[in-house]
Design a protein around this ligand. Structure first.
Ligand code: SF4
Length: 402
């Protein structure tokens, strides 16, 4: 089938190579001269052809389409379809950021079964960073050109509300230009609990103290069944969704993650994606979808082992296709491993996260990736895949080609 045949076959659709779905300021489409690849779309197997035609017509995929995408034996065909959608949105660009993580405490009241990061307060390696320590870190380990600090921690019920305000003010005092992406929805709920006030008011005060956006963690898999079995006690799915809506209403952009590769079913993965998609329809507040591979080492779920590279690629590609309203899909190299993250850039992902530098959550669970990568290393890894490396800020407003 030629490109023209393909276009005719699909029926009414956006011209081939232009985005079948709405673009956004951070998804401006390809730069002039770059033509999204339709090569892999011509000879798709029968199970993928109706889905390809829906994609070309800009139609939304449903649960049954998602099931077919997860079930298809043609992983490369699935990847070609996701790659086409990504290239229509983002051209040949792959973004990353110059960031560093700050895990201010690992003390946690919860015992999520997939977590190797948490500590009880009396464990020898339990950490709570005080402001002097944080200030010292900011002076000695951060730079003026760094774009983002990613701030997350355990649910430490001993920390007063004032701690979080002081943390944000200390960061802005030492590094006023640093974008603070901080606190999962779980942490935000805990902070509001400590404040004893409605979360809407607390979000405004956190913003005034320096909070610029929020990460996407804590959703895990938005399933009551998985929640009950693996992280009962932590924010249930409906409350995670409620808190993220409030964060978006407060003007905070967030990400949305999905932790996969443990006990969740394919339908639970798809249901998670559909719930995220519905919130995005309402609020438009998500910047990125980030599929996170579960790392079992040192967790009570160690017996499960780690999911495969092909499952990771499939899940990334399905996410790109189902989440038609999500500007960006991330291949988080820390969890995927560098090689799978590179391949994922041709399976629908357009971002590879950042330099990270000091990562504890995944490495405590057995990740063998480096603790961090230099910007030149990340740019080189992206270039190896044939993509153009672009350094971004957290909100995708400042983009510079490397
Ligand atoms: S995942 Fe988060 S909330 Fe759950 S135990 Fe670990 S640190 Fe605590």
């Amino acid at each position: 089938m030629t490109a023209t045949d393909l276009a005719l076959h699909a029926g009414a659709h956006a011209p081939l190579g232009t985005s079948p779905y709405p673009l956004s300021p951070s998804n401006p489409g390809p730069v002039e001269g770059f033509q999204p690849s339709v090569d892999g779309l011509h000879d798709l197997p029968a199970d993928l052809q109706p889905i390809r035609d829906k994609v070309l017509r800009g139609e939304r995929l449903d649960l049954d389409d998602g099931r077919a995408l997860f079930a298809t034996p043609d992983l490369n065909g699935l990847g070609a379809l996701a790659n086409y959608v990504n290239e229509c949105r983002n051209g040949n660009r792959t973004t990353f950021t110059y960031n560093r993580h700050l895990n201010y405490t690992n003390k946690c009241a919860y015992r999520c079964m997939f977590c190797a990061f948490r500590r009880d307060g009396d464990e020898h390696d339990a950490v709570v960073m005080d402001m002097d320590f944080i200030r010292h870190k900011l002076r000695t380990e951060f730079t003026d050109t760094m774009k983002e600090v990613h701030v997350v921690g355990g649910i430490n019920v001993d920390l007063p509300y004032s701690y979080y305000l002081d943390l944000l003010r200390t960061i802005k005092d030492e590094r006023p230009n640093l974008h603070v992406k901080g606190f999962t929805m779980i942490e935000l709920d805990q902070i509001a609990e400590q404040a004893g006030r409605p979360i809407e008011e607390v979000l405004e005060e956190l913003k005034a103290a320096g909070l610029d956006s929020c990460p996407g963690g804590g959703a895990e898999v938005l399933s009551k069944r998985v929640h009950k079995k693996l992280y009962n006690g932590k924010l249930p799915p409906e409350q995670w969704l409620s808190t993220v809506r409030k964060a978006h209403a407060a003007g905070l952009r967030t990400n949305a993650t999905m932790l996969f590769g443990h006990i969740e079913t394919t339908d639970e993965r798809l249901d998670h994606m559909l719930q995220i998609r519905a919130v995005q329809d309402e609020t438009g507040g998500f910047m990125q979808y980030i599929p996170l591979v579960f790392h079992p080492d040192n967790t009570p779920l160690q017996r499960l082992g780690k999911t495969t590279g092909t499952d990771a690629l499939r899940t990334i590609a399905v996410g790109r296709l189902m989440l038609d309203n999500m500007p960006h899909v991330k291949a988080y190299w820390v969890m995927l491993g560098i090689k799978i993250a590179q391949i994922a850039l041709h399976y629908g992902a357009d971002d590879i996260d950042g330099t990270v530098v000091e990562e504890h959550i995944t490495h405590d669970a057995g990740a063998t990736t480096p603790q961090g990568l230099a910007t030149t290393q990340i740019a080189g890894l992206i270039a190896e895949t044939g993509r153009q490396a672009v350094l971004r800020d957290t909100l995708y407003q400042d983009l510079s080609v490397i």
